[in-house]
Ligand binder design. Structure first.
Ligand code: NDP
Ligand code: MG
Length: 389
């Protein structure tokens, strides 16, 4: 029987690539649900092509446009964030791909797990904010969340056939982003157009800025901690500018396993959608003749302070990663509107981490409150930036 997919965030970079994977395997998948926030035109186009049972548009101002465009079809149209939490629980859904960006993806992922659905998680912010709660829920429901993030997919693939207690540590690889090797005197003047030029990966705007500041790797450390049940000390990061080794596991005998491939998100997406099968495809293959050498270097925690802030938040635990994430979402959004400087993002996140009250063992309601409080506080700091107008 075909796997029936709910693709949340289908208009995004991961969402559209997931649909390309579906195109490659028409006999294996059907699209049951699609969701978009603001891109009504693309959602309508996708709905016409994939004929899902339902679409959800979370930006309610777009509802009428989508509804009238699909009026002559059998496709159900829903709006609002709550609808996402309902449709993912339908009996007709087998697998939910969580590809919404940011904290906004948390509730629908939790709702999917509550209904015992298989989830494939691209939305790393969900695991950063509520990794402990999400993984506990998954365990209760006997679900193994499938990672989509390329590094975590790499680790997951390296761990096939291995026992969890055989892991000594994991090493996340980072490309270093567009500003690898740069120092503060350069970074202070960086603008969004430059920061959006990632050397190896084409991704959504938020994660591309996170890659330039190295916050992305910091978020991924926390994501790995929860996905693989690791201690903080077991998580390491190395800069590998070629982005061919997607991460490594070091085992207790000193042996290392790495997963490699071209930097193409369709690979980890396909691995998650097809799991436990490894599916074939006609994507471009790696050719060693195109790569003279692979290089490695230690990350510069002093210049790229977001990485240090994320690591500290991981060690601190509790609601600290939630504060980190909310403050980061606000400053990245402001940076994309030229309202704060590149390095100011570090200062503001650090202030939020100092200001917001610490909660050691937050429940969902605490996380929601932490998220809201942090956003409010961070926005007030953004407004004090010289660039803000
Ligand atoms: P994009 O910005 O390209 O897409 C985000 C998707 O989420 C869009 O469909 C968007 O809808 C939707 N969305 C945005 N805001 C909301 C909201 N408030 N409520 C509901 N839906 C919303 O992001 P990416 O695809 O790049 O990233 C998605 C997630 O995957 C992120 O968490 C990212 O960190 C992670 N990831 C991405 C990778 C990549 O290569 N892109 C790699 C590894 C992880 P619309 O466009 O219609 O407004
Ligand atoms: Mg990644």
């Amino acid at each position: 029987m075909k796997k029936r997919l709910a693709i949340l965030g289908s208009t995004g970079s991961v969402g559209t690539q997931a649909l390309e994977v579906v195109d490659q395997h028409p006999g294996l998948f059907t699209v049951e649900i699609l969701s978009a926030h603001s891109n009504d035109a693309l959602l309508i186009e996708q709905a016409a092509k994939y004929k899902p049972n339902a679409v959800v548009v979370t930006d309610e101002t777009k509802y009428d446009t989508v509804k009238s465009a699909l009026a002559n079809s059998d496709i159900k149209v829903f709006c609002g964030a709550q609808s996402l939490c309902e449709v993912v629980q339908w009996d007709s859904v087998d697998l939910v791909l969580a590809a919404i960006v940011g904290f906004a993806g948390l509730h629908s992922t939790v709702a999917a797990l509550q209904a015992g659905k298989q989830v494939a998680i691209a939305n790393k912010e969900t695991l950063v904010v509520a990794g402990e709660i999400v993984m506990k829920l998954a365990q209760e429901k006997n679900i193994l969340p499938l990672p989509v993030d390329s590094e975590h997919s790499a680790l997951f693939q390296c761990l096939v056939g291995e026992r969890a207690d055989a892991i000594e540590k994991i090493i996340l690889t980072a490309s270093g982003g567009p500003f690898l090797g740069k120092k503060t005197n350069f970074l202070v003047n960086v603008k969004k157009d430059h920061a959006l030029q990632h050397p190896n990966w084409a991704m959504g705007a938020k994660i591309t800025i996170d890659s330039a500041t190295l916050m992305n790797k910091g978020l991924e450390m926390i994501e790995a901690k929860w996905l693989f049940g690791l201690q903080n000390e077991q998580i390491d990061v190395v800069i590998h500018p070629q982005s061919i080794i997607h991460s490594l596991v070091q085992f207790r005998d000193g042996s290392l396993k790495a997963q490699m491939g071209l930097p193409d998100m369709k690979l980890p997406i396909q691995y998650a959608l097809g799991y436990p099968q490894r599916l074939s495809n006609d994507f471009k293959r790696f050719d060693f003749r195109e790569y003279g050498s692979f290089t490695f270097e230690a990350p510069d925690y002093k210049t790229f302070r977001n990485l240090a802030l994320a690591k500290d938040a991981m060690y601190k635990g509790g609601n600290a990663p939630c504060v980190l994430n909310a403050a980061n979402e606000v400053v990245v959004n402001a940076f994309l509107q030229n309202k704060v400087g590149f390095l100011e993002m570090n200062d503001i996140i650090e202030s939020a981490l100092q200001k917001i009250s610490f909660i050691e063992a937050p429940v969902m309601a605490d996380l929601e409150q932490t998220d809201a409080e942090t956003r409010k506080f961070t926005e007030s700091l953004v407004k004090k930036s010289q660039l803000y107008s």
